[in-house]
Design a protein around this ligand. Structure first.
Ligand code: PLP
Length: 469
């Protein structure tokens, strides 16, 4: 519209998106991330899903898919939950001021009250916009409260990809190329109390950052390790920071994974992803009063940490609606039930399939690890593939899962033979069967060498080699 045009055209989002759907992968390639577009095309993950609901996606031919990764764990309550959609509509219809900055707001207070009612040993909430920002807050707060610089994190840890959180990343491939990191960030082996005690004895330490279940590879911390780590941290004046960005909001069958362990009371709890039901960026750091007082120590410092969009009205409204859904629809119990069924059934497959090594997890956070087979022919295929490119084997599993069974899954990290399931908490027994039937068929095929999976894998090796050249 020009200033002289008296009839403004309305903005028609649906038509705009529909008219450009064919170009989806081209838009990604041209304007955002050509390498990612190439990977999607190589493995056949370049299909477009115009619709999502609950645990399912629909492609352009209206075929239904079972989603096993729920946007990396952001849709715990399922996509487009009607309660959440209604909350968004209501919020917009309220003409709320959204965010004023220089005035108190009702919605953030209500969501903070709700979060703290679930973690009663903590007393204040610092809202953020993402998971990585939660980690940045926890780093600042722990250093400020203790006056110490050093922080510990675990091998294989993933806490996000900004500089502070990347400094706590236990996976070299994420760190490569980004030069120096936060001084004083030191890694310790996950699950090793002796090593942790040594590290804490070595120098005063502000905090230990822990995922109760590590997302990269799905390694579950034992109760003994978590309680031991808490005891050691208390003895050394070190803050225990539990990162529940992925494991929280009901995923493991409790609201937070640390709540499986009686007596565990972390000094800080980090929540993001599914806190808003996945619709709006959000994060929250739950802390003790002492931590709050140390950071916001004077009236001058009342906004010493903040972020323009944090406590945004829509994010807060979605958070409250998400809690309502979790509390009224039995989703957390359902996650425990379906997760247990999945884990038990998958463990039952281990003796039947020699390349299936171990099943780990809790609730709807499950790792499926493959390992080198014993029989000669399979061993040959396995070594050839791993020599050509470590980390391609699980790709060759997730590809037929998608192409032949319409099951969308992901690999659990770089250079590992692990697949991760992070489904919505809404799965039914039928969904569990859908996944298990599909997975069993893919396993059967990959235990035939030569066979279709190995042909797929060979194709992948070739494509990976040619793209490197
Ligand atoms: C445990 C954990 N912490 C932090 C993050 C970072 O969250 P975000 O991607 O919202 O920055 C993630 C993301 O996957 C995560 O799994």
């Amino acid at each position: 519209m020009t200033m002289s045009d008296p009839t403004p055209k309305s903005f028609d989002l649906r038509s705009l998106v529909e008219s450009r759907r064919d170009e989806t992968i081209d838009l990604l390639r041209e304007h955002i991330n050509p390498k990612l577009a190439k990977v999607f095309s190589m493995i056949g993950f370049d299909r477009v899903y115009p619709r999502g609901e609950g645990a399912y996606l629909w492609d352009r031919e209206d075929r239904k898919y079972l989603d096993c990764l729920s946007g990396y764990g952001m849709f715990n309550i399922g996509r487009n939950h009607p309660v959440l959609k209604q909350a968004v509509r209501d919020y917009l219809d309220m003409d709320d001021a959204w965010k004023i900055q220089m005035a108190p707001m009702t919605l953030p207070g209500l969501l903070a009250e709700k979060l703290l009612s679930k973690v009663p040993h903590l007393q204040k909430v610092q809202f953020t916009n993402t998971g990585t920002e939660c980690v940045e807050v926890a780093l600042k707060f722990a250093r400020c409260e203790t006056g110490r610089e050093r922080v510990l994190y675990c091998e294989r840890a993933f806490h996000g990809l900004t500089y502070g959180s990347l400094s706590l990343n236990g996976c070299p491939s994420f760190r490569e190329g980004f030069l120096s990191f936060l001084p004083g960030a030191v890694s310790v082996p996950f699950g090793d109390l002796v090593a942790l005690e040594k590290a804490l004895d070595l120098a005063p330490t502000a905090a230990l950052f822990l995922e109760p279940i590590q997302g990269k590879g799905v390694y579950v911390a034992s109760k003994e390790y978590l309680l031991g780590a808490q005891e050691l941290c208390r003895r050394h004046g070190t803050r225990l920071v539990v990162d529940e960005v992925q494991s929280g909001m009901g995923r493991t069958g409790k609201l937070f994974a640390f709540q499986h362990v009686e007596g565990l009371e972390p000094d800080m709890v980090l929540v993001a992803k599914s806190l808003s039901g996945g619709l709006v960026p959000v994060g929250a750091v739950l802390v003790r009063d002492e931590t709050y007082e140390a950071v916001f120590s004077t009236l001058d410092r009342c906004v010493v940490h903040s972020s323009t969009f944090a406590q945004g009205g829509l994010a807060m409204a979605c958070g409250l609606a998400t809690f309502h859904v979790l509390e009224t629809e039995g989703m957390i119990d359902n996650a425990a039930d379906k997760g247990h069924k999945l884990i038990e059934a998958l463990r039952g497959l281990v003796p039947q399939f020699e390349m299936l090594k171990e099943i780990r997890g809790e609730g709807m956070m499950i790792g499926i690890e493959f390992g080198e087979p014993k029989s000669f022919t399979l061993k040959t295929g396995w070594s050839l593939l791993h020599k050509a490119d470590v980390g391609l084997f699980p790709q060759a599993i997730i590809m037929p899962l998608l192409h032949d069974h319409r099951v969308l899954a992901q690999v659990a990290g770089h250079h590992v033979d692990i697949i991760k399931l992070l489904p919505t908490l809404t799965w039914t027994d039928e969904d569990v069967r859908w996944f298990l039937d599909a997975f069993t068929q893919v396993l059967e095929r990959c235990h035939r060498f030569p066979g279709p999976l190995w042909t797929t894998a060979k194709g992948l090796v070739k494509m990976a080699a040619s793209s490197r050249h």
